[in-house]
Design a protein around this ligand. Structure first.
Ligand SMILES: Cc1cc2nc3c(=O)[nH]c(=O)nc-3n(C[C@H](O)[C@H](O)[C@H](O)COP(=O)(O)OP(=O)(O)OC[C@H]3O[C@@H](n4cnc5c(N)ncnc54)[C@H](O)[C@@H]3O)c2cc1C
Length: 437
């Protein structure tokens, strides 16, 4: 009898987590596991802002799949479509070849991409912060702006190059603004002829407060910390249109700016739309057992799935966070094994461990297990949390080493030369397709 084939799509928190758990849960020979992933690593996205700010080396947050997984077959490519009735996934491999994988069990976790709106100029001039290439590119871009500001005699150009805007007051926007603002403020000490008063950072959100998931008090602490450093936090405001050297806000103001970073929301990866299945805000509708209605052999989780939040109740669904994706992966693996063995599936019920937000340097806000922490203590908890959850011993060692090195040696401010517009435009964020090799 043929060994059942389990196909996993996506190697983020949900996909990698499911594969790793399945390797431990299933006996060798009980099933063959394939993992479709465009890159050979699982990315620890919450530390992307630290890569952009140069605190961490990009490789430190990219866990190598061939090292982390033992008996999962890696398929380097992108799932282009899923045929639920045929039980088949079409995969575009990284060399451009198209292939079909037949499955007995499918685990869908392609995550999300940046959600952009129809804002004039956003796709041409906006920058994203959702993958490694974007974080590395952004660092190059920001350092280049300071170099070019120092090189010009035109005061208008200098103002635009020293004007930075981040849109999105959630954890990703706040951490990005906080870490990159620190990078530029420190860098100015090495560009003695640039007037620090011209450095301008603006953080925008249409919502009335920052970090709503952390509650009013910690959101206010984050706002005060950023404002003290000179970040102009503007709530109830977004970008109306972007040009090459300016941004017009919805309150009518126009700011000189050559760097607008868009972190305002995510939407499920495009492959989700190829399934003939119900969605909620684009996320696949699944039960609390993560299974797709009518297709019990298909499980979806993470950012791409609308999983009922049983802890909250009232029809609410789990927010797109790493914490949910990681914990859902355990249930996904258990339910794949249960399905293969003819057992009853488990339900996903989340116990909130809280949230940590790095504000750069020694500052953070955190709410572990309901306790509100700020300042260096929160930063210690934040770093401890990341260190414990970044996958693999080597990654932990690298992250710890990078933090130590950065604390002692500071930033080299080296631009690596990634100013290729293809990897920088926000439009890139709408696709997680691999470049043919
Ligand atoms: C800057 C930033 C900071 C964050 N900070 C936090 C935080 O502090 N706490 C927190 O809980 N969450 C945080 N998040 C959110 C968290 O990273 C996501 O919720 C989490 O990554 C979702 O996990 P996932 O496995 O569903 O998706 P992902 O981790 O995005 O993984 C999906 C994977 O699937 C791949 N993929 C996409 N399409 C396909 C396809 N068609 N075929 C094959 N593979 C595909 C992608 O390339 C990706 O590797 C942050 C996110 C960002 C961007």
């Amino acid at each position: 009898m043929a060994v059942p084939h389990v196909v996993i799509v996506g190697a983020g928190f949900a996909g990698y987590g499911t594969a790793r758990r399945l390797e431990r849960t299933l006996r060798p020979g009980e099933a063959a596991i394939s993992l479709v992933a465009p890159s050979g690593y699982t990315l620890y996205q919450p530390l992307l802002p630290e890569v952009a700010s140069g605190t961490l080396d990009p490789r430190s947050i990219a866990g190598p799949l061939h090292r982390l997984l033992d008996r999962t077959r890696l398929v380097p490519g992108t799932a282009a479509g899923v045929d639920l009735r045929e039980r088949a996934v079409t995969v575009d491999k990284i060399d451009g070849e198209r292939t079909t994988l037949r499955y007995d069990r499918l685990v869908l976790c392609p995550g999300s991409v940046t959600r952009t709106f129809d804002i004039p100029g956003l796709k041409e001039y906006g920058h994203g912060m959702k993958n490694l290439a974007e974080a590395v590119y952004l660092r190059d871009h920001v350092i280049a702006q300071l170099e070019l500001a120092a090189a010009t005699h035109d005061p208008r150009e200098r103002a635009a190059r020293m004007g930075f805007i981040v849109v999105g007051g959630g954890y990703s926007g706040v951490e990005t603004a906080a870490n990159l603002q620190l990078l530029t403020a420190k860098a100015l000490r090495r560009f003695a002829w640039l007037d620090p008063a011209m450095l301008s950072w603006t953080l925008l959100d249409v919502a009335p407060r920052l970090l709503p998931e952390l509650g009013e008090r910690l959101g206010d602490v984050a706002m005060r910390t950023l404002r003290r450093r000179g970040v102009d936090v503007r709530l109830g405001v977004s970008i109306d249109r972007l040009a090459a050297d300016s941004a017009t806000l919805t309150d009518g103001r126009t700011l000189p700016c050559r760097t607008a970073i868009w972190t305002a929301g995510v939407k499920p990866a495009p492959v989700v739309a190829t399934l003939d299945a119900p969605t909620e805000k684009g996320r696949l509708v699944v039960g609390a057992d993560l299974r797709l209605a009518g297709f019990p052999e298909v499980i979806a989780l993470g950012d791409a799935a609308a999983v009922p939040d049983l802890a909250k109740g009232g029809g609410s669904v789990c927010p797109p966070t790493a914490q949910h994706a990681t914990r859902q992966a355990r249930v996904a693996a258990a339910n794949v094994a249960a399905g293969l063995r003819g057992h009853q599936p488990r339900l996903y019920r989340h116990r909130d461990l809280g949230m940590v937000v790095d504000l750069g340097g020694t500052q953070a806000v955190a709410r572990p297990l309901g306790m509100s922490l700020t300042g260096p203590l929160a930063q210690a908890v934040t770093r401890g949390y990341h260190l414990s959850t970044v996958p693999g011993f080597r990654a932990k060692a690298r992250v710890l080493g990078d933090w130590g090195l950065h604390a002692v040696a500071g930033d080299d401010l080296i631009r690596l030369g990634f100013l290729d517009p293809r990897t920088g435009a926000a439009v890139d964020l709408d696709h997680t397709v691999a470049t043919p090799v």
